[in-house]
Design a protein around this ligand. Structure first.
Ligand SMILES: CC(C)(COP(=O)(O)OP(=O)(O)OC[C@H]1O[C@@H](n2cnc3c(N)ncnc32)[C@H](O)[C@@H]1OP(=O)(O)O)[C@@H](O)C(=O)NCCC(=O)NCCS
Length: 194
C-alpha cells in the first residue's frame, strides 16, 4: 500500500537556502524576511514513514538523477528489509526530513571513521526549495564526524551544488556501474574536511 504525497510544502516561494537557519541538534526553523516561519526537524525514521519514502525512492526521475541505485530498487520487501538493517546498525545514522509536519525525504551517513559518507533523497514535489541544503547543514551537527564524503553522478548538478553550499569540495572522479542508467558512468567524490 502506498500513501500518496500530500500537498507541497506550504508557501512554495520560501526556500531554506535563502533563509537564516537556526540549528540545534537537527531541530530548526527558517524564515525569509517578511514571511512565515518554516518549521523543520530531522528525526528518527519510523515504520509509518516507509510507504511514503518508498514512493519517493521509486520515482524514476529521482532514480535517474541519483543514478547509483540498487538492482531491487522497486521491490517493497527489499526496501523494508534494507531499512530494518539500516536502523539496527549502530554505525548508520538515518533521519527523516520533516518540514512543516511533512516528511519530505531522508538523510543519512554510514561507514568507518575517516571514510564516512553522507547521502540524502528528497521527494520530487519538494525539490528546489532549499530542503536538501537545510537538511545537510543540520545533519552536519547530528553526525559531527570529519572528514565526511559524498558521491554524486557527474551530471547531478543539484546534488553537487547542495554539497558545495555546505562546505564539501571536489576531490576525485571515479567510474562505477549506475543501475538507474544501465551503464558505467563517472562519479564525483566530494569531501568535507575536519
Ligand atoms: C539532489 C536533491 C537532493 C536536491 O534537493 P533540493 O532540496 O531540491 O536541493 P536544494 O533546493 O537545497 O538546492 C539545489 C541547488 O541546486 C541548484 N540546481 C538545481 N538544478 C540545477 C541545475 N540543473 N544546474 C545548476 N544548479 C542546479 C539549485 O538552484 C540549488 O542551488 P541554489 O540554492 O544555489 O540556487 C534532490 O533533487 C534529490 O533528492 N534528487 C534525487 C536523489 C538524489 O539525487 N540524491 C542525491 C544523491 S548524491
Amino acid at each position: 500500500m502506498l500513501v500518496p504525497l500530500r500537498s507541497k510544502v506550504r508557501s512554495g516561494e520560501r526556500t531554506l537556502a535563502q533563509v537564516r537557519v537556526l540549528i540545534r541538534d537537527g531541530l530548526g526553523s527558517a524564515q525569509m524576511a517578511g514571511s512565515d516561519v518554516m518549521r523543520w526537524v530531522l528525526r528518527e525514521v519510523r515504520d509509518e514513514d516507509l510507504p511514503l519514502l518508498f514512493e519517493q525512492w521509486t520515482d524514476p526521475i529521482a532514480g535517474r538523477m541519483a543514478a547509483f541505485t540498487t538492482p531491487d530498487q522497486a521491490d517493497w520487501n527489499a526496501f523494508e528489509r534494507r531499512w530494518s538493517r539500516l536502523r539496527a546498525d549502530e554505525s548508520v545514522i538515518t533521519r527523516a526530513i520533516v518540514v512543516d509536519g511533512e516528511v519530505t525525504g531522508t538523510i543519512g551517513s554510514w561507514g568507518d571513521p575517516g571514510e564516512r559518507e553522507v547521502t540524502y533523497w528528497i521527494g520530487r514535489s519538494y525539490w528546489g526549495k532549499g530542503i536538501a541544503t537545510g537538511a545537510l547543514s543540520a545533519f552536519l551537527a547530528v553526525d559531527p564526524s570529519r572528514p565526511l564524503h559524498a558521491r554524486v553522478a557527474y551530471d547531478n548538478v543539484a546534488s553537487r551544488r547542495v554539497l558545495e553550499k555546505c562546505g564539501f569540495h571536489f576531490i576525485a572522479t571515479e567510474r562505477g556501474f549506475a543501475q538507474a542508467r544501465s551503464a558505467e558512468i563517472e562519479e564525483q567524490v566530494l569531501r568535507l574536511e575536519p
